[in-house]
Design a protein around this ligand. Structure first.
Ligand code: CTP
Length: 390
């Protein structure tokens, strides 16, 4: 691949020399770009020596004043590591005031951002909003890790490890041959012809799982409750409204599925006597009676055969205990537990409870990154299960 490696001005700039070395070693052609601030931390000579190419350090060179357009046209991928808070803000707002920001606007290939900064700068709503905007425009984010930061604090903000950054740009096809049945979004249970009972689920996690699975070569069947999201182009999408419709769609597609991810926030109750006419307002208290809905995940647990079954648990307390309880009671291979507050957010922080007895905490990251890590664990789990003859 022809890659532009742009280096921002942060202390982690020294790690991007290792990123350059690994990219070259993997056979990529690398054009390094150093922002003015990056040059305060690391010299162009380091990158020209590692990449065998002259490093771009300014918007206007003596030989060409359209170099930013040529570089954009001639490369397949733009990797920015470290991507500082300043770079994220300038890219999100479309500034064109140095080589990197100008070239970014002209660039039509894939963009990968590996941010690094102080933990408070990382958590600031402005940074998070810029990241979400860039991600919604197609950029892939390699989130920073948690740890000791150069500013003396400990928290999220440490540049991802060079190996992980390079792995993130390498396309995977490790889900080829799998058919993954994913449920997403809320269900809506009617009360009368104009009203319904539902929950705050946005469907973002389920759709991110579908995108990640498709990208890694799987066939995806997405059974989706009502959401305001664009369905992934290559997925087979089945739109449902109620828990009963979701159950029927899931079991109609169970046969060919090899992995099932039950991400939907299914209503636990439905109105017992749905009114055929609009309920009229009166001065009296109104009571509704509810019946339980079918527990789709529990039924899947009984009928799953050798399929890998992944359930979700949205909790307000006792995350670990609840995850382990649901793993057992619904006969799942993995429960992905998160705090209920995450349902509307673009990011998520989850704990995975696995059939092997292990629990894994994943740091807060975009839902797409969390989806990738869930599938990494699914593949590991499948290997562990087959080794034990499970
Ligand atoms: N689920 C389901 N069918 C239902 C309810 C839930 O398939 N009628 C699935 C969800 O898709 C999710 C998992 O069960 O994967 C856990 O959902 P959650 O609402 O957290 O758990 P409940 O089983 O409803 O348990 P509790 O109310 O005790 O938290």
């Amino acid at each position: 691949m022809r890659i532009v490696l742009a280096v921002g001005g942060g202390i982690a700039a020294y790690k991007s020399a290792e990123v350059a070395r690994l990219l070259v070693k993997a056979g990529h052609e690398v054009q390094a770009v150093l922002t003015a601030s990056a040059q305060e931390f690391i010299r162009p000579l380091t990158f020209s020596t590692l990449t065998g190419k002259k490093v771009i350090t300014e918007l206007f060179s003596e030989s060409s004043y359209v170099e930013h357009i040529e570089v954009a046209r001639e490369h397949d991928l733009l990797l920015i590591a470290p991507a500082t808070a300043g770079i994220l803000a300038r890219l999100a707002n479309g500034h064109a005031d140095d080589f990197l920001s100008t070239m970014y606007l002209a660039f039509t290939g894939n963009v990968v951002l590996a941010p690094s900064m102080n933990d408070n700068m990382w958590s600031h709503p402005a940074t998070q909003a810029n990241l979400a905007l860039l991600e919604s425009r197609g950029a892939k984010i390699v989130s920073p890790g948690d740890g000791f930061l150069a500013c003396g604090t400990t928290g999220p903000g440490r540049l991802a490890e060079p190996e992980d950054i390079v792995a993130a740009i390498t396309p995977k096809s490790d889900l080829e041959g799998e058919t993954i049945l994913i449920t997403a979004g809320p269900t809506q249970e009617p009360i009368d012809p104009v009203r319904y009972l539902s929950n705050r689920s946005s469907g973002k996690m389920g759709y991110a799982l579908a995108e990640a699975a498709l990208n890694r070569g799987a066939k995806v069947i997405l059974v989706s409750g009502p959401v305001n999201l664009k369905p992934p182009a290559k997925a087979e999408v089945i739109a449902v409204r109620t828990a009963v419709e979701m159950r029927d769609a899931v079991f109609a597609h169970l046969e060919g599925a090899t992995i099932i991810v039950k991400c939907a926030a299914v209503a636990d109750y439905r109105v017992a006597n749905v009114s055929q006419q609009k309920i009229k307002k009166t001065a009296a208290r109104l009571s509704l009676e509810f019946d339980p809905t079918p527990d789709i995940l529990a039924e899947l647990g009984r009928k799953k055969g050798d399929r890998v079954l992944i359930g979700f648990a949205a909790e307000t307390e006792n995350l670990k205990q609840e995850a382990e309880r649901k793993l057992e009671s619904k006969n799942c291979d993995m429960i992905v537990a998160n705090l209920a507050a995450a349902v509307e957010s673009d990011t998520n922080e989850v704990m995975l409870a696995l059939r092997t007895g292990e629990t894994i905490s994943l740091p807060r990251a975009s839902k797409r990154e969390v989806a990738e890590k869930i599938f990494d664990q699914v593949l590991k789990l499948r290997l562990a299960m087959s080794a034990h003859g499970d």
